[in-house]
Design a protein around this ligand. Structure first.
Ligand SMILES: NC(=O)c1ccc[n+]([C@@H]2O[C@H](COP(=O)([O-])OP(=O)(O)OC[C@H]3O[C@@H](n4cnc5c(N)ncnc54)[C@H](OP(=O)(O)O)[C@@H]3O)[C@@H](O)[C@H]2O)c1
Length: 239
């Protein structure tokens, strides 16, 4: 697959992360019940970005907790994909190191494009069997944690993925940021405050204690549309 959009010249895909967050930096409420709070324009933006990517990826808690299918959306976005030089439907990637992602989740109910599950040696044979029944390929990358550098390299070589869009959640984003695998962050800032110290943010995990470890960003663009801010950041660190 190839497109007219920016791709990585290395052996890894160009990785975009797209998230909507509240003005206090949350991506869901503390009880995770509310995670969809962007405007119709923000949803349109999500589909437009999907229409630039060969594959869309999300973590297990994101696909478990919301009725999302990670697909291209209505026909006009599939036409946009074709115009962009991409396949009509994007590949879908679900990340579940334990293999405990729910095989009944909405994403597995739609067979319009291949679904790949990234997992680890922690997934039991029974879970692997269940996932193989609902996914097109279940790939083990690492014994305990997923080796994303290897996994993304495999996506590029085996599935021709040049642009990969990651749609969270925070746990997955954090690993991609700390492994230096993200190229661009698309952030919609929404006019709400959720509060809640347990509410997830765009990058979860354990964090670190030294500023030197921060992922550095540069503002590429930002604009106000309606009552939201759409910002794009370029990640400074080289892969
Ligand atoms: N506002 C937004 O734009 C937005 C976007 C996306 C999600 N959300 C919300 O954010 C919440 C979910 O975020 P989250 O941070 O809790 O979860 P998440 O990142 O969606 O999923 C975390 C899970 O992904 C797997 N995983 C992630 N990194 C891994 C690694 N390095 N190795 C192996 N497995 C790994 C693990 O699955 P297993 O436990 O199965 O091993 C882990 O428990 C939900 O409420 C969702 O609706 C909001």
């Amino acid at each position: 697959m190839s497109s007219r959009f920016k791709v990585q010249s290395s052996k890894l895909p160009f990785v975009l992360v797209n998230m909507a967050m509240t003005a206090d930096g949350k991506i869901a409420t503390a009880n995770r019940a509310v995670s969809s709070f962007g405007s119709a324009r923000d949803h349109e933006h999500l589909l437009e970005l999907r229409a630039t990517a060969d594959a869309v990826m999300a973590g297990a808690r994101t696909v478990d907790s919301a009725p999302i299918n990670l697909g291209p959306g209505p026909a006009r976005f599939r036409r946009l994909r074709l115009k962009n030089g991409l396949a009509g439907h994007n590949l879908r990637v679900v990340v579940s190191g334990s293999g405990l992602v729910n095989p009944q989740a909405e994403v597995f109910r739609h067979r319009f494009s291949p679904i790949i599950v990234f997992t680890t040696g922690r997934a039991s044979p029974a879970r692997l069997h269940q996932l193989r029944a609902v996914a097109d390929e279940v790939k083990i990358f690492g014994r305990h944690e997923i080796n994303f550098r290897a996994a993304l390299g495999w996506l590029r070589v085996e599935w021709g993925v040049q642009r990969l869009l990651c749609e969270g959640g925070g746990e997955l984003n954090n690993v991609l940021f700390s492994d230096g695998l993200v190229d661009e962050l698309h952030l919609t800032v929404c006019p709400e405050i959720f509060g809640g110290r347990e509410a997830p943010t765009i990058a979860g995990g354990n964090g670190f204690h030294r500023l030197a470890k921060a992922t550095l960003l540069q503002i590429k663009s930002f604009k106000r549309i309606g009552n939201e801010i759409f910002a794009v950041f370029t990640v400074c660190r080289q892969k």
